[in-house]
Ligand binder design. Structure first.
Ligand code: NAD
Ligand code: MG
Length: 378
């Protein structure tokens, strides 16, 4: 039987890798719906190749004049999108929208009991308590696409939770961690976009350079695996071969490894619990391979300290942390602020919005807005 997918963010880096996985397993996976932001030409081309039942573009004009396959419905509102992802012809929703626009459709799909393959870490960072509570209630499974979390998910497997001691997230360190001679107030946008091991969208690539991506992933791991910050360690592993590790109470560590290619975690989530052949390169041990591990430089890169503070604070602090970072990254990309100010702006915004409440979705969205307004001029 085929698994029917709704892919949110289908034209991005994760979205296009997802469609490659669908092509490799067309007897198992099919596409019911595709969602993108403004790239109507790319979305329409995907629709012609994968024949979904529906399409949604956040900027509806983007699809004007595009040639679409017959019987493909173009949705015209968020409400229609929510109804479509919750409908009977969707088995799993893969969310890879950059930012927080995927929150509402994902939350509603969870309430409807759909399985979620989650790449958009922002959703858990912003609203982890609501999302995990909704999943516990409906029985929906949240399968982590993020490579580190997918690695942990694979290593944990069927082991009982009381045997788990801690998890160890690996981080490439981005282009700057291994270069202490660089002045971080002077590095350029192009230098920050030159990631040494992974090819990804623009926002997450900048987040890797600040280590904010690992900060977001610490918070994401806390929600996915139900752990406090002091049971999650981060280690710099520049080769990005070990995707993360789990330590059990006997001090045995299990790691998941492979070349950096998101097709593997995407496919694992889409075919879970089965493993199928995957269109990624197999490890080649006929060539020598060195793996190294160093502790993160928290003085030069404050992102992890800020993320740990966010986890201890709880409430709406995740939403504030994420929103402030999104604004600061955009300001850096517009060449309005130096690189080193990104984490400074996040820290300042967290201080200014420390009293924001996060008991329900409305409060979380308010905190997100407050943080954005503050961070634009911070
Ligand atoms: P990307 O920028 O390449 O793609 C983003 C996608 O979101 C595009 O399809 C875009 O059209 C769509 N989009 C943007 N705004 C939208 C809106 N308002 N409504 C609907 N669609 C919208 O980003 P990416 O690198 O593919 O990352 C996507 C998500 O996956 C991010 O949350 C990122 O943190 C996470 N992630 C990415 C990677 C990676 O290797 N790229 C790895 C782990 C996690
Ligand atoms: Mg990751």
């Amino acid at each position: 039987m085929t698994k029917r997918l709704a892919i949110l963010g289908s034209t991005g880096s994760i979205g296009t890798s997802t469609l490659k996985v669908v092509s490799a397993h067309s007897e198992r996976l099919s596409v019911t719906g595709l969602v993108a932001g403004s790239r109507g030409d790319a979305l329409a081309a995907q629709a012609r190749s994968y024949a979904p039942s529906w399409l949604y573009a956040a900027t509806p004009e983007a699809l004007a004049g595009q040639e679409l396959p017959p019987h493909c419905r173009v949705l015209s509102s968020q409400d229609e999108l929510v109804a479509a992802v919750c409908a009977d012809d969707v088995d799993i929703v893969l969310c890879a929208i950059v930012g927080t626009a995927g929150l509402r459709p994902v939350l509603e799909a969870i309430k409807a009991g759909k399985d979620i393959a989650l790449a958009s870490k922002e959703i858990l960072v912003m609203a982890g308590a609501l999302v995990t509570a909704a999943a516990a209630k409906s029985g929906s499974r949240i399968l982590p696409v993020d490579s580190e979390h997918c690695a942990i998910f694979q290593c944990l497997d069927q082991h009982p939770r009381h045997e788990l001691k801690r998890i160890i997230l690996t981080a490439s360190g981005g282009p700057f961690h291994s270069r202490p001679e660089l002045d971080l107030s002077r590095v350029s946008v192009d230098q920050a976009l030159a990631h040494p091991t992974w090819s990804m969208g623009r926002k997450i690539t900048i987040d890797s350079a600040t280590l904010m991506n690992k900060g977001l992933e610490l918070i994401e791991a806390g929600w996915l695996f139900g752990l406090p910050e002091d049971r999650i360690e981060v280690v710099i592993h520049p080769q990005s071969i070990i995707h993360s590790m789990v330590e059990f109470r006997d001090n045995s560590i299990l790691a998941q490894m492979g070349y950096p290619d998101m097709a593997l975690p995407i496919q694992y989530c889409l075919t879970y619990p089965e493993r199928l052949p995957c269109p990624v390169q197999a490890m080649d041990f006929s060539k020598s391979l060195q793996l190294s591990f160093t502790p993160p430089d928290n003085a030069r890169f404050p992102a992890l300290t800020l993320a740990r503070h966010t986890m201890r604070a709880g409430g709406a602090m995740g939403a504030v942390f994420n929103a402030a970072n999104e604004v600061a990254v955009e300001r850096f990309c517009q060449r309005e602020i130096p690189f080193s100010r990104i984490t400074e702006i996040v820290a300042k915004t967290m201080g200014a919005c420390a009293n924001a409440q996060g008991n329900d979705l409305a409060e979380i969205l308010t905190a997100d807005q407050q943080a954005r307004i503050y961070a634009v001029t911070a």
